[in-house]
Design a protein around this ligand. Structure first.
Ligand code: PRP
Length: 210
């Protein structure tokens, strides 16, 4: 990557639309990003800036390895995956929460047996129950975690809740909030020094337009 080019890793999916709107407000021409079809890297015309659209953990990987200077990614992924980069801004969109949920009316904390918890976020789940000194069996699920209690695979789930409708429509309920989540701006630690002027400018433009 040339030293005068800024490459941004953007999380595919829910955060993508909000971030593209933000780039638009900053005066970026986002046409190549919005209409990129199957193309994975979009140029921002006239700005020496490129946007790479990627899955959440890959955004962290690209920024950590310095192949992207900046990343836009959910705090959920940051908490789950960790890594070495600067977290510089809370972007305020993509708000949701990590919660513990169970089948409606069921008791989670009662009884003696070790509980089984299904999740896409095993580290978050381990740390949450670890901080309570509670031993749980964790089952990693890749798709709809809500299925696990419905199929009697788990006593509860740790998952993201935004509106609560997925839980409601599947007869589940939140019993405890674990953490508040929103989109964050992260920066590669070396880029922060080598491209300081360009990055400071972009970061303050982002801040002004939130
Ligand atoms: C997330 C999460 C829940 C749902 C919660 O999944 O895993 O299933 O959103 O949203 P709600 O409270 O507004 O119903 P997402 O739709 O992002 O898809 P995913 O399963 O691919 O992560």
């Amino acid at each position: 990557m040339q030293n005068n080019v800024i490459r941004i890793a953007l999380t595919k999916g829910r955060l993508e639309k909000k971030a593209t709107e933000l780039f638009g407000k900053m005066g970026f021409d986002t046409s190549l990003l919005s209409d990129r079809g199957r193309q994975l890297i979009a140029r921002i015309p006239g700005r020496n800036t490129e946007v790479v659209v990627a899955k959440p953990p890959d955004v962290l990987t690209f920024v950590e390895h310095g192949v992207c200077d900046i990343g836009i990614v959910g705090k959920d992924t940051i908490i789950e995956c960790g890594g070495e980069y600067f977290e510089v801004l809370d972007l305020g969109f993509g708000k949701c929460r990590f919660s513990l949920a169970v089948k409606k009316g069921e008791e989670f904390y009662g009884g003696y047996g070790v509980k089984t918890v299904a999740t896409k976020y095993p580290n978050v789940t381990r740390n949450f129950f670890g901080s309570k000194g509670m031993d749980v069996d964790i089952v990693k699920i890749e798709g709809s975690v809500e299925l696990a209690p419905l199929l009697d695979l788990a006593d509860g789930i740790v998952d993201l809740v935004e509106t609560g409708s997925t839980l409601r429509e599947n007869g589940l309920e939140e019993i405890e909030e674990i953490a508040q989540i929103s989109a964050r701006l992260i920066v590669n630690t070396v880029s922060m020094k080598l491209k300081k002027q360009n990055l400071d400018e972009i970061i303050s433009r982002i801040e002004e337009n939130l």
